[in-house]
Design a protein around this ligand. Sequence first.
Ligand code: FE2
Ligand code: FE2
Length: 193
Amino acid sequence: MSKTTPTDAAGKPFLTDVKTLRERARQHLETGNVTATYKGNVSQAIEILQSVLATEIVCVLRYTMHAVAATGISSEGVKDEFAQHAKEEQGHMLAVAERINQLGGTPNFNPEGLVTRSASQYGNGGNLIEMIRENFIAERIAIDHYRELIRYFGDDDPATRIMLEGILVTEEEHANDMHDLLVAHEGKPSLPR
Ligand SMILES: [Fe+2]
Ligand SMILES: [Fe+2]
């Protein structure tokens, strides 16, 4: 996947001299920030990020619906938590859309096919416990998906990787929040840890 990086005698990656850097930056201006040192496959990166974008949009929609529709005696704190997560998922959605744009793509916000492009599911709602469980599962899917993608991008596209690492940290917090809510409402974790 990754092209070999030239190394110096000590095995350290070779650093380009300033003159070459300056010259190279003036070439192929039409490629924007995707410069000569970009080692990934740009069209593949965009395609992957379109799926991440769809995942985040579905998460925004699901949490927003839950924040509005949750009912029951103990739902108030949970609604706030859902609303907070919806806001954070929206932040992820925007960051991913920006990254697609930076790579020369057009972020796909088309509602048609959204659920097919997304890794996580929208769910059915149901009662409060079912909502929490659906979100918990969606977060676990996102965590697995993003961990893999972080390894995939590796050194080929550090900016995309670092963005995904930031998102992953929040998804792990979200999963933990949902887990804690399940324990609070059911007295025990519903899924094996
Ligand atoms: Fe997210
Ligand atoms: Fe999340």
